[in-house]
Design a protein around this ligand. Structure first.
Ligand code: UD1
Length: 423
């Protein structure tokens, strides 16, 4: 079992970091490749385990996939769909595997996929995805943990989402691209990853309008063609490195970022007394004075991202004064608080809010990554802590951060990966 060993140096991180392509953007884009028999070329693809799972799933469905990890280019051709069935193993590993549902419905009119189930951060139902498909004429049956979707003639319709779910918006977009007539998604998610998917669909010949707002309109077309697309930079990876500069009192330059995607994080960091400057080379993030405590509430975009909640909690544990974080997107996303407490943080959880009293120092110890962003938060705390921190279950972290240890070492962090069982 691999672990990260991090030694707090008390020094600010300094130097340049190149941000990878967005994990959450590339996964639905890869699912969209199933919508055409022609070749799609996707660039800026981060070589992450979640991306590998998605590639494997596409292969199981009949697509040919070639991944040049060095160049970060993936080519997908689904000349024919030979199976519409996903494996439980895949759904268990990656909830986003359910994103192929919309594409399979659009291309073949049917899909048989294991229910993705809950995870550490909440129950994560798919009722909104199914509601959307139902409006489009698809029948769904659930038996033995598998959801079977079937439709003779997929048609457009008006779909109102009770919550602007990212996954449901993407799945409905994928299905609507090849549906007959017009689909309108109201109360749609407006995350940059939705816009990236819509851009790719347009490059394939789809008619999509309104992405980035709460109403998306799709005019279905008969067929889509192959396209080449470059994935947007990962705003959560960028936000995590920004927080690393903030927590260590460092000065780093992020290359390959889109400032407008980072607005909510930049605004909150400014309240914490962390400065950012967009330059020609990238986004500079630095802190010279003391950290200030803040109030944070997670919201759908353009609100503060729930994926940055855990990293921000780490930051707040060492900001003098009282901070309050309210999580409104997921019902159970404070599991990292327990691990941070083991490092000396003062955090009280009351339902959906966490009250954090800043402490002078955190201390290194053995901790466990419980999910992807919780794991990133532990690395951040470890960078600011006194002594050595050993982080286990780092496979969670590697689902979403490409070579995070190498990138951190390049800016002065003392972090190494060890296989503890082989010692
Ligand atoms: C995506 C991101 C994840 C991010 C989240 C919110 C990917 C691969 N993952 O997850 O990193 O944290 O957006 O920004 O892109 N919900 C329902 N019914 C549904 C669907 C969702 O009740 O059918 C609820 C969820 O339980 C959750 C909330 O809506 O409480 C938000 O979920 P959603 O936006 O769908 O997140 P994901 O697409 O799963």
């Amino acid at each position: 079992m691999e672990k990260f060993i991090v030694e707090g140096t008390g020094e600010g991180l300094r130097g340049n970091v190149k941000i990878s392509g967005s994990k959450n953007a590339v996964l639905p884009i890869l699912a969209a490749c199933l919508l055409t028999p022609e070749v799609c070329e996707i660039r800026n693809v981060p070589p992450l385990s979640d991306v590998q799972y998605m590639a494997k799933l596409l292969q199981e469905l009949g697509a040919q996939v070639f991944f040049d990890e060095e160049k970060e280019i993936m080519r997908v051709q689904a000349a024919e769909i030979s199976s519409v069935e996903g494996l439980y193993e895949m759904a268990r590993k990656m909830r986003a595997s359910f994103l192929v549902a919309g594409a399979l419905l659009g291309r073949c009119g049917c899909a048989r996929l294991p229910l993705p189930g809950g995870c550490q951060i909440g129950s994560r139902p798919i009722d909104l995805h199914l509601k959307g498909f139902q409006v489009m004429g698809a029948k769904n049956k659930q038996e033995h943990g598998v959801v079977e979707l079937q439709v003779k003639n997929l048609k457009g319709g008006e779909i109102y989402l009770d919550f602007p779910s990212v996954g449901a918006t993407e799945n409905i977009l994928l299905a609507a691209a090849l549906a007959k007539g017009e689909t309108v998604i109201e109360n749609a998610a407006a995350e940059p990853e939705i816009c990236d998917l819509a851009d790719f669909l347009r490059e394939m010949g789809a008619h999509v309008e309104g992405d980035g707002t709460d109403t998306i309109t799709i005019q279905g077309v008969k067929e889509l063609h192959g396209a080449t697309h470059t994935v947007i930079p990962d705003r959560i990876e960028a936000g995590t490195f920004m927080t690393a500069a903030a927590i260590t009192g460092g000065d780093i330059l992020l290359e390959n970022v889109q400032e407008e995607h980072l607005r909510p994080v930049i605004a909150k960091l400014a309240e914490c007394n962390v400065k950012t400057e967009m330059t020609e080379e990238g986004l500079r993030v630095y802190r010279k004075g003391k950290l200030h405590p803040v109030q944070v509430k997670t919201m759908p975009f353009p609100g503060f991202p729930t994926d940055m909640q855990a990293p921000f909690m780490s930051l707040m544990t060492v900001a003098k004064g009282t901070s309050v974080i309210t999580e409104t997107v997921f019902e159970n996303r404070f599991i990292h608080a327990g691990e941070l407490q083991r490092m000396g943080a003062d955090i009280k959880i009351d339902s959906r809010s966490a009250v954090i009293e800043g402490v002078d120092t955190l201390t290194g110890t053995k901790v466990k990554a419980t999910d992807l962003r919780a794991g990133a938060a532990l690395i951040l705390s470890a960078l600011a802590a006194k002594g050595e921190t050993e982080i286990s279950d780092i496979y969670h972290i590697e689902r979403g951060y490409h070579k995070i240890d190498e990138k951190l070492r390049a800016i002065g962090a003392h972090i190494r990966k060890e296989n503890k069982e082989n010692e």
